[in-house]
Design a protein around this ligand. Structure first.
Ligand SMILES: [Zn+2]
Length: 316
């Protein structure tokens, strides 16, 4: 089993700026099937970027009707169903995702719902699917129907809080988690309504005691601090090995010892190698005159283009 993070940014401003990517994550070879979780903006592109194929999905999970969790869902459903020509796969999500709830959703058209099994998941519900069972876990967040999960297989239990604030019985929904994945949007004690910060996450880890915790869905404040340093503090304070996910992180899951799972891929952006690689950007190649004939700003198409501030239709 492999868990791949196709984006570790979260919240409106991380998403709009793409300081971190927002493609959610994939669980591959979950008893032989592949599941995409919370495909936010860029999920399709990140899937290919990190060497995966959306056409071999058997399931898409969408926790709630916020853009950073659902935007690419429909196009992944098209991939899963061979462009809507074949019945295939399962779509699992909150009430709002399928049917809309007050101001939230729906996020998937009737057309895109039509070729896959639809599972509306509510907190506490357990759905038995052919390859695994999934329990809905409660959230307290903007979308009142938002739902996380605990996936149970014979080998391992994987829990995912999605976006939620801390509340008293949150831990009880995730009891028995071997790997615990959570949206931790802010560092330290900087709590914000509807979300976890590091301090409330520590409290939760002490209650649940998973074998491995992975935090993701970082907001700008978390990113300005260093999530890796934050994860280390959380490990020390909670006694639970905690990783701060990075974009493209793929984890080969060790069923017997989840805390010994191996990060199998790509770039840890805090590593020396990645920083050096990052210097090799478009800007650095411009400085080195590697692409003189393509130099930005000399395009004839750009002439006369101005960006007006505060442009509104009423000012026309
Ligand atoms: Zn949200």
């Amino acid at each position: 089993m492999k868990i791949t993070f196709l984006g570790t940014g979260g919240g409106r401003f991380s998403t709009i700026s793409q300081r971190r990517m927002t493609g959610g994550f994939r669980i591959d070879n979950l008893n032989g099937i592949n599941l995409h979780v919370d495909p936010g903006p860029g999920a399709l592109v990140r899937t290919y970027q990190f060497g995966l194929d959306p056409r071999n999905l058997s399931g898409v999970f969408i926790s709630h009707a916020h853009t950073d969790h659902y935007t690419d869902a429909e196009v992944l459903i098209e991939a899963m169903t061979r462009g809507m020509t074949k019945e295939n796969g399962v779509i699992i999500g909150s009430e709002s995702v399928f049917n809309g709830f007050k101001d939230w959703g729906p996020c998937i058209s009737n057309y895109h719902k039509s070729k896959s099994e639809n599972v509306v998941l509510k907190p506490g519900d357990v759905k038995k699917l052919p390859k695994f069972s999934i329990k809905g876990t409660k959230t307290i967040h903007g979308d009142p129907t938002g739902v996380g999960f605990q996936i149970r297989t014979k080998n391992i239990n994987i829990s995912y809080t999605t976006d939620t604030q801390y509340f008293d019985d949150l831990a009880s929904y995730h009891e028995g988690a071997d790997i615990f994945i959570s949206s931790v949007i802010r560092p330290g004690s900087q709590s914000i309504r509807g979300h976890l910060c590091s301090d409330s996450f520590i409290k939760l880890l002490k209650e649940i005691k998973p074998k491995l915790a992975i935090m993701t869905h970082f907001g700008l404040k978390m990113l300005s601090d260093n999530p890796v340093v934050e994860a280390k503090k959380i490990s020390d304070a909670s006694g639970v090995k905690t990783l701060a996910a990075f974009d493209g992180m793929a984890l080969d899951v060790n069923f017997r010892r989840p805390d010994k799972s191996v990060i199998s891929s790509l770039k840890d952006e805090n590593s020396f190698l990645y920083r050096r690689e990052k210097q090799n950007t478009y800007q650095s190649s411009l400085r080195a005159h590697e692409n003189d004939e393509l130099t930005i700003g000399k395009s004839k198409f750009d002439k006369g283009t101005t960006i007006k501030k505060d442009f509104t239709l009423s000012k026309r």
